[in-house]
Ligand binder design. Sequence first.
Ligand code: C5P
Length: 412
Amino acid sequence: MSGKRIVLGVTGGIAAYKAVELVRRLRETGAEVRVVMTTGARAFVTPLTFQAVSGQPVHTELLDESAEAGMGHIELARWADQVVVAPATAHFMAQLAHGLAPDLLSTLCLASAAPVLLAPAMNQQMWDNPATRANCQVLSDRGITLAGPASGSQACGDTGPGRMLEPIEIVQRLGVSGTGCLQGRVVVVTAGPTFEDIDPVRFIGNRSSGKMGFAVAEAALAAGARVHLVAGPVNLRTPAGVERADVRGAVEMRDVALALAAGADLFISVAAVADYTPAKPERQKIKKGPPRQTLDLESTPDIVAEVAAMEEGPLTVGFAAETENLRQHARDKLSRKRLDMIAANRVGLDGSGFESEMNEIVILTPEGETDLGKGNKRDLARLLVEEAARRLKGKDDIESCTAQNTRPATRN
Ligand code: C5P
């Protein structure tokens, strides 16, 4: 985190006092922190407190000549590598979900290309309110990270979800102190669907949103790896620090993925790659014709199988999205594609496993299986990355052991 530039937005909730410790924790990691406070936040904690702990002037006004002369709101938005809002009130999240910008913090969030993490804090009834639920969904669909809230006793006397995460947990969610199990490793992740062009306006696609793949890339980064993300056409923000290459069709994805896999330790193939592509995409739009049309399709390269077949290639992990006979189909793929691991998840016409935030995963290896259970994609991604890292370490141990055993005996 050394040198990382963080804008910390503080909004008007009692948890604002915890944001003071958050500034301290972030600075301990080497990050530079600039605090932006809403009017509500200033009813709980004074700007002077944040100025003292951040070592920087605190920003409060949008239309203030002297403030704009120092660091204007657009400059501040560009300066940030990461925006964190803690605590984020229900009101602030509603503003952000609707693209409103009445004050400095909300304007800055709209104007910044940096990833945004919100640590919600509110009364449990407010958190459960359908309006808040809908706003959370909108924000999360736009790639904004919601960290928490935790459940427990609240300042208002209620018990339930709505407590802001502890500052150290927020720091962890920012990937500052991931498990470190992939420290020094290079990881390639493919994500999203592929679009196979039929003509200049039509294509064959699928329902993959890319959320699982992006969560895996983020988890690998938090675990200390350098991460290359090869993304099909998706509408998601790149997790800060991940190196992303955008591709469209399966052949393009294969070319980019294979080039990157050559220098990688771990390859995780989450993309829903089309199995077939039009043999000859038309250069002009196909006109309406007879009542039945036939599309000539040819099979696409199997990217993950090609990576698994590379000599001295990376540890290779596939995904199997199945509507039936989950384990059996996944195990067939594991052996047919000669993978080291496969993550099997059920998908359905109801959309489960695709656009949803939740998933259910079982990991299969040639030797056995580990059920990761149900959970949100971020948590499952972290568990998957930990499993892959364990296997990677096991592979290294076996290789170094084999190298020692085959080394010619030395005479004294
Ligand atoms: O055979 P199936 O498509 O179900 O296999 C799923 C796994 O194979 C996923 O990991 C997917 O990313 C990968 N795959 C691939 N190239 C293809 C088809 C699938 O890498 N052409």
